[in-house]
Structures are given as C-alpha cells and as structure tokens.
Design a protein. Structure first.
Length: 200
C-alpha cells in the first residue's frame, strides 16, 4: 500500500496511480454536498440546466458540517454514509466529477460507474468530525443556501487524511483487505509482529 500527498483538483495521471488501500492526504478545494443538494443537482441536469458549481474534475465531500464555534472556520465535519448518495453518483460522474469522499462502502453499481468514468472514492473515518475539521482551512457557501447545513460549500483542505476505497481500476478496499489477509505470508508477519509487541 502506498502513501500519497495530493494537491487538488485531481488529474487523470493522479487517479491512475491510486490503488484501493492507499493512504492519502488531500490538499486543495473540494465541494461539500449531501442528499438534498445532490437531488437538486440531478434534477437540474434533467432539465438541461447548468449547475451552480462546475464539478468537472472536482471532488465532492459528503458532509454537512455543524456551525463553527467562535474563532473556527467550521464545526465538526465528519463524513456521511456514501451509499446514500449512490443513486446520484453516475449522473455526476458523467459531467466530469472526478472524486468523492465519504464513509463506508459503495454499491456494485456505484463502483462500476467509478471504474467506467476513471474516478476515485476516498474513505474518511467516521466519528472523527472534530479532528477532520482541523484539516479544513476555509469554508464558503456557494449554492443552495436555503438548505442550511446541507448547502453546497467550497472547502479548502490541508493534508486531509483518508484512504482509497474504490479506485479507477475496479479495486475495492474491503475485497483488497480480505485478499491480503488470506496471504499466509502477510498473516505470518502480522502474528510475528504482534508477538514481539505484546509478548507471547
């Protein structure tokens, strides 16, 4: 598994080198959007309307942050469950969306759409909203302000920690993990290191 420090926006060469299981630090602009905003995006596209933000080559973070405390740019900003957004994903990939960040796995249909459009899904760790917020340096509402916490926001990330869960080659982190631990050599190395650390 490799480690990557990526400056957004994503490019095809960047996406090409990522593999499921790789650890990543993201820096640059992402757009925060959840269920209600995605529904409006897809409805607007169905009417052949332009979206309020250009998603071509961009990354969406599935997050609805809490209000910022005094002196902070944002409140807790943990990821929401990605599968809830799967019905909207293929259409947004068609118009050039390059990456998403969320929590948990994705449906087979969503994974195939990611592979087909040469995109990537990054998995952030749930339950760490306050910690992840420290890696967000600027926030600005750019669309659908009436949605409150679910409005579309332009966020600037700095070394935001996540993992590649679905890569552009069809790799899927849960399957990669199961395959890896079936390897007797990997399991043997793990047992040896555990014995050395904790005794046995």
């Amino acid at each position: 598994m490799a480690e990557h420090h990526i400056s957004l926006p994503l490019t095809d060469p960047m996406v090409e080198q990522l593999r499921a299981g790789d650890s990543v630090r993201l820096s640059g602009v992402v757009y925060a959007a959840r269920d209600a905003a995605h529904r409006r995006f897809v409805e607007a596209l169905g009417r052949d309307e332009h979206l309020p933000v250009d998603l071509d080559g961009q990354v969406i973070y599935y997050v609805g942050p809490t209000p910022a405390r005094p002196g902070r740019v944002i409140g807790a900003a943990g990821p929401t469950t990605a599968m809830r957004l799967d019905p909207f994903l293929p259409r947004l990939l068609e118009i050039g969306l390059k990456g998403t960040v969320g929590k948990g796995g994705r449906t087979p249909a969503a994974r195939e759409a990611i592979r087909r459009h040469h995109a990537v899904y990054f998995q952030a760790i749930g339950g760490l909203g306050a910690l992840l917020a420290r890696h967000i340096t600027a926030v600005e509402v750019v669309a659908y302000e009436d949605l409150g916490t679910e409005s579309v926001k332009r966020m600037v990330l700095e070394d935001f920690p996540c993992f590649v869960c679905v890569d552009a080659h069809g790799g899927y982190l849960p399957e990669v993990g199961r395959s890896r631990w079936r390897d007797p050599a990997v399991l043997g190395d793990y047992l040896s290191s555990t014995t050395e650390t904790y005794g046995g």
